[in-house]
Design a protein around this ligand. Structure first.
Ligand code: SF4
Ligand code: SF4
Length: 440
């Protein structure tokens, strides 16, 4: 057991609001009568449709096949008949084709006993195949295909596998509940990842604001006689950023433009490791996830296990509906999530939260000129100068922005959070990074 740790630079302490849902047990959302299942729910190439209108599908059938090295397969969350393939917009503004399925017929898995398969005598290749075949991606929002992430590039080795149990975004409690209620599954998912990567050290990083999780994980790790370190982390945003977490736990610094694997580390969150466990032990495709549906405008905030393709509106209804008209609905957390304007948008693999926020919670104010207070610089965990970067981006001067480290921005939103002038700094960084990338 190592003491309370954190990252050294910047960081903020946003109002948490986790109490709205952190003590609510996960419950199963009603199965929707239709599922809207996008073929692009991950970073990389979209999956290729394997079905067309009129096709019958079983629960868990492959409906979109991974179409390149960085891609992930997509499966039917319900049994039914494909009504159509149509274009939908995701919360991040991306347009993609979705398979729309009308519920019909028998479930193959739901309500049925599943047989656990032994994995310890299987080789690494076959474990990776199970993860790839079942469409597992990073479920904290990054959505990078997990089988690609766990396949080490030539010449690289990994000696640390880290469970990111931080969930530092305000409001979100899905991983908190998962670690508390499905502790063994998450830990076994971590064992599988550690075995694939053949690591020397395994660590579980948890913020100190989750004492119940710390206790439960410690006790299960001890009972299972695992040599896993439970690391208590200071409650500070963005403690769950991969680079910040690695620094806090291993004291290694991921280089500018680099990846965790460049310093021998791999990080996955609880939702992803639970999906890894289910893919390997039950050969179960990633077709449902736990999502926090919360915010002051939701009547009964909570954590739901819901089928991919269920609409945001249905999930909010499941939580008693709206108590008032929200000022803003956000997919993901309030710091890094995306505002959405259509409650018919479907839940996807990377949706960790659906927040319906009141005007008081959003606390919007008009933008005023920068007063050069330097708060954004003090808050930035990457040691950047958000104010200068924003000015360059505002003037479409991408080269100097790049020279000042724009690509190192992790889009955490800490700068926007502290800015007294309400300058949309993180939105500027996002757009600036996208354009700078396009310009090569
Ligand atoms: S969004 Fe980027 S610039 Fe702003 S605090 Fe985070 S890392 Fe720094
Ligand atoms: S926090 Fe806002 S007002 Fe202060 S220096 Fe940064 S951009 Fe300017």
């Amino acid at each position: 057991m190592i003491g309370r740790k954190t990252f050294p630079r910047g960081g903020v302490h946003p109002y948490e609001r986790k109490s709205l849902s952190e003590h609510k047990r996960i419950w199963n959302a009603a199965v929707p009568s239709e599922c809207i299942v996008p073929l692009q729910q991950h970073i990389g190439k979209p999956a290729e449709a394997q079905v067309g209108p009129g096709d019958e599908v079983r629960e868990g059938r492959l409906i979109g096949k991974a179409s390149g090295f960085v891609s992930a397969s997509v499966h039917s969350p319900i049994p039914g008949v494909v009504r159509e393939l149509r274009e939908v917009y995701l919360a991040n503004g991306l347009a993609t084709t979705a398979v729309v399925i009308d519920l019909q017929g028998e479930f193959d898995r739901l309500g049925k006993q599943q047989m656990a398969a032994e994995w310890r005598d299987r080789d690494v290749k076959s474990l990776l195949t199970s993860i790839r075949k079942n469409g597992v991606v990073g479920m904290g929002g990054a959505t990078f295909p997990t089988h690609v992430k766990y396949t080490l590039p030539q010449g690289k080795t990994c000696d640390w596998m880290i469970l990111n149990g931080v969930e530092c975004e305000p409001y979100l409690t899905a991983d908190h509940r998962l670690m508390l209620e499905m502790t063994d599954q998450v830990i076994e998912g971590l064992e599988i990842a550690a075995r694939i990567l053949d690591v020397e050290h395994v660590a579980i990083g948890i913020e100190e604001n989750k004492p119940d999780v710390i206790e439960e994980i410690r006790s299960r790790v001890k009972e299972r006689r695992l040599d896993f370190r439970v690391v208590i982390l200071e409650t500070k945003y963005p403690q769950g950023g991969e680079k910040q977490l690695i620094k806090a736990i291993t004291d290694r610094e991921v280089p500018s433009g680099g990846l965790p694997i460049d310093v021998g580390c791999m990080v996955s969150n609880a939702g992803t490791l639970n999906a890894v466990y289910e893919a390997v032990v039950f050969d179960k495709p990633l077709m449902e996830r736990v999502v926090s549906v919360t915010g002051g405008a939701v009547r009964e905030p909570g954590n739901l296990k819901a089928r991919i393709g269920t609409t945001f509106g249905e999930l909010i209804e499941e939580c008693g509906g709206l108590a008032e008209i929200p000022q803003k609905v956000v997919a993901g957390g309030p710091m890094t999530g995306f505002a959405v304007y259509d409650l018919d948008m479907p839940l996807i693999k990377g949706t960790s939260g659906i927040l319906a926020l009141t005007a008081r919670e959003v606390n919007e104010a008009p933008r005023t000129p920068c007063i050069n207070c330097g708060r954004c610089i003090a808050a930035c965990p990457m040691g950047l100068q958000p104010t200068a970067l924003f000015k360059y981006i505002d003037h479409e001067e991408y080269e100097p922005a790049r020279a000042l480290g724009l690509s190192d921005c992790i889009e955490c939103g800490a700068c926007s959070y502290v800015c007294p002038a309400h300058i949309p700094l993180v939105q500027g960084m996002r757009i600036g990074k996208r354009i700078a990338r396009k310009k090569g």
